[in-house]
Ligand binder design. Structure first.
Ligand code: SAM
Length: 283
């Protein structure tokens, strides 16, 4: 890594409330040589609000493969560049991956300036387990592809999170309700940090009712969070390792044999493995 190289700052921007921008983020955008922004017009509101006059160039999903090498050259010549997207954290369902990847490959320091990220902001207020969770980005657009996805998610034990647009939120919840138990705990975070912020936590059937009956609940931006499926382990908890053993055995032999062998290996009762096997096999 050359001392004369510049640096890439990955700067998170607010997801609705302009006040959610740190002093360090403002200083960074003021002091870099160039800001690479997803939409040069969109970022102007933020820059004007903070009286930032740094030059802005456009880097979006359609030109980033082409622009990234040019920005690398500039940083190799000593320029400091900030990457921003329209809202939230760059690279999280937003452009920037080629530039960050190439920067690492070319020995350029990549420095994050943390700030808002819709999924983390929503999760912090959801009251669902946060010790383990997974993020699924945007779901497929067609109902049949969504249903295939939801069928896989029936086995997901972690809290899972996705982004959804106002055009599809109702259809998406409808598809989900056709496959998931009505009592599945769901949290919808709509327009977070904005004037019309709403966070609703309820059973899936109630959430669907709320969104169906309130046209306002079909507008804006959404993060949807779902509780993980509880694997019924009878009166005894299975460890992750024991579940892993069971999964491997189930992939090789019948449920009966798998549960019997798992019980012999671990000393846990066969019945407990049998119930876990049924839960794992749920479509
Ligand atoms: N990079 C962004 C981030 O860090 O969250 C995400 C960009 S992605 C293109 C935009 C999606 O994020 C929206 O469609 C919505 O699902 C979610 N989102 C962004 N801002 C939001 C907000 N204020 N309230 C709820 N969801 C939001």
């Amino acid at each position: 890594m050359s001392d004369r190289y510049g640096r890439l700052y990955v700067v998170a921007t607010p997801i609705g409330n302009l006040a959610d921008f740190s002093d360090r983020a403002v200083d960074t955008l003021r002091n870099v040589d160039l800001i690479a922004a997803e939409d040069t017009r969109h970022v102007k509101t933020l820059l004007q609000h903070y009286a930032i006059t740094t030059r802005v160039i456009s880097l979006h999903q359609h030109n980033e493969e082409h622009i990234a090498p040019r920005l690398i050259e500039k940083m190799q010549q000593g320029l400091f560049i900030a990457l921003v997207s329209d809202a939230g954290t760059p690279l999280v369902n937003d452009p920037g991956m080629p530039l960050v990847k190439l920067s690492h490959e070319q020995g350029i320091t990549v420095s994050p300036i943390p700030g808002a990220c819709a999924l983390i902001t929503a999760l912090s207020a959801a009251g669902l387990p946060t010790n383990r969770f997974c993020f699924e980005g945007f779901l497929p657009r067609t109902s049949s592809a969504r249903k295939t996805f939801f069928t896989e998610q029936l086995k997901e034990p972690r809290t899972w999170i996705f982004y959804e647009s106002s055009h599809r939120i109702l259809a998406c919840l409808d598809d989900m309700a056709s496959l998931f138990p009505a009592e599945t705990e769901v949290v919808i975070a709509r327009e977070i940090t904005k004037l019309h912020e709403v966070i609703v936590k309820s059973r899936l059937d109630k959430i669907l009712e709320v969104v169906t009956n309130d046209p306002n609940m079909q507008k804006g931006e959404f993060v949807v969070m779902v509780e993980g499926t509880k694997i019924d382990q009878g009166d005894q908890d299975l460890t992750e390792e024991q579940i892993q053993i069971l999964k491997i055995l189930l992939s090789e032999c019948s449920t009966k044999t798998a549960t019997s062998i798992a019980a012999q290996i671990t000393g846990v009762r066969k019945k407990v493995f049998y119930q876990a096997a049924l839960a794992l096999k749920k479509p």
